[in-house]
Design a protein around this ligand. Structure first.
Ligand SMILES: *Cc1c(COP(=O)(O)O)cnc(C)c1O
Length: 459
């Protein structure tokens, strides 16, 4: 644990000069911040020389590990040749064009079109603006409301935070008006006493129908969903969810956007998470693993129909008045091209490793779910969570002031494992390069932390 009393420690310097996002401030006050220097494979190292197995791939994104030579070389080569350009005024780097071709090839679309951003939040904002613009151009200026789900995570900009279905956004006075949230499709937590999974699903579909009827279909711009909710706590939807919800949306002509920022690029064992559930959305939002975390980048990939409609809408005003200075940055594009090869299309692609590791990962979660204070394990591919409960039979959570999941994550850190507390769950999303032995070590360390924390709480 870093020494918080040393005035010139990295901890003191970090806390004195920088804000941390989404950080439990009491934890860093008591324990100090961790300042990192480098990484190797699935491990990272701090300024005190401590080594941590990162069970969260950085923030879901460093899927190829922290020292992939091909990815750094792709960046270095591009920096040497053409270190930066924009995608405005009809100019664009050749590398950017190549990445668009690759993304469309990887997408479920024949004639898809790509727009670049620097992050997932900006990609969701961009998608919403595209829908607003095209609906207005088609004579439907009132089609502006956006439907998402409670517990969804779509980002932090004013629009994407409004789409995010988390109570913490109330401190910002968000969501903005017109951002609607359906029930989270988490049967274990949201299912009512005696309600079957099928009945729960039927209730969610009825809720969607009622929302559309109440708000008026002529006011709704689109529906956004993560195939598996990530930052909501790794929540795969109730069985049959997309099969049941999508026909309702289609019948009303409401565009469906798959937020693939976490699921995309291999995390579920598919290129896109929507493949896991057998649906083809009207557009895809990508980021995170798209560059294996080696460059900040996001993208909207429009399917054929929305691409045509946006083209017509922008033709009418002779411009699409939107873009970021670094949209389509050639270094990011070079890295993403390499990441696509490393993860998906090259020799020995990492997605094969995702599929090979998944049974070991899920067995590890299942085994820990036998613990008397773990209420549920859940997950798809290499994303998973364990939900801590005070009482397993009644699914009663621990008192919030105990900060159970923070205690577990902090104890893991003491044992050299990084994992993430989310509500009362612990989230794991290992890199795609983790070895079998490292995965076993991850679960051994997590089990020791669970025993230590729960023994302390129940003593
Ligand atoms: C992380 C995330 C975002 C936001 O991406 P940023 O790059 O942090 O802005 C959006 N959607 C999902 C599903 C995410 O997990």
């Amino acid at each position: 644990m870093p020494d918080t009393t040393l005035p010139n420690s990295w901890d003191a310097r970090a806390k004195g000069t920088s804000f941390f996002g989404f950080t439990d401030l009491p934890s860093i006050r008591d324990r100090g911040a961790i300042v990192l220097t480098h990484g190797q494979g699935s491990h990272v190292y701090d300024t005190d020389g401590n080594r941590y197995l990162d069970g969260n791939s950085g923030l879901w994104n460093m899927v190829a590990g922290f020292d992939h030579p091909g990815l750094t070389k792709a960046a270095q080569d591009q920096y040497a040749r053409f270190p930066g350009y924009h995608a405005f005024f009809g100019r664009m780097a050749d590398t950017t064009v190549q990445l668009s071709e690759t993304l469309v090839d990887l997408s479920p679309y024949d004639d898809g079109r790509v727009f670049y951003t620097n992050s997932g939040s900006e990609a969701n904002d961009t998608m919403v603006k595209m829908l607003w613009l095209l609906h207005a151009a088609e004579g439907n200026p009132n089609k502006r409301k956006v439907i998402t789900r409670t517990n969804a995570y779509h980002g932090v900009t004013a629009v994407s935070a409004s789409m995010t279905g988390k109570p913490y956004n109330a401190v910002f006075g968000l969501p903005l008006p017109g951002f609607l949230h359906l029930t989270c499709p988490h049967y274990w937590r949201e299912g009512r006493d005696g309600e079957s999974e099928a009945d729960f699903l039927a209730r969610l579909v009825d809720e969607l129908e009622a929302m559309i009827a109440l708000e008026g279909v002529d006011t709704i711009a689109g529906f956004f969903a993560e195939p598996v909710m990530g930052a909501g706590g790794v929540i795969p939807p109730v069985d049959g969810y997309f099969d049941a919800m999508l026909p309702v949306l289609r019948r009303h002509g409401i565009p469906v956007v798959s937020d693939e920022v976490i699921c995309g690029f291999g995390r579920t064992g598919n290129v896109w998470g929507c493949e896991e559930y057998g649906f083809v959305p009207d557009a895809i939002v990508a980021s995170k693993a798209m560059t294996a975390g080696y460059f900040p980048m996001g993208a909207v990939i429009l399917g054929d129909e929305l691409a045509d409609r946006l083209q017509r809408a922008t033709d009418a005003i002779e411009e699409f008045p939107h873009g970021f200075t670094a949209s389509g940055h050639p270094v990011g594009c070079a890295v993403a091209l390499k990441a696509a090869e490393v993860i998906l299309t090259g020799p020995d692609p990492l997605i094969d490793r995702v599929r090979a590791l998944t049974p070991r990962f899920q067995q590890g979660l299942k085994d820990l779910a036998d613990h008397p204070h773990i209420g549920e394990w859940r997950g798809v591919g290499l994303m998973g969570a364990l939900e801590a409960v005070k009482d397993k039979a009644t699914k009663t959570p621990w008192d919030g002031h105990l900060s159970v999941s923070e205690r577990i994550a902090n104890t893991c850190t003491d044992h050299g494992l990084i994992c993430r507390p989310l509500g009362q769950a612990i989230v794991l999303c290992p890199t795609f390069v983790m070895t079998d032995a490292e995965m076993d070590e991850m679960f051994t360390k997590l089990k020791a932390a669970l025993d230590q924390v729960f023994d302390g709480l129940t003593a």
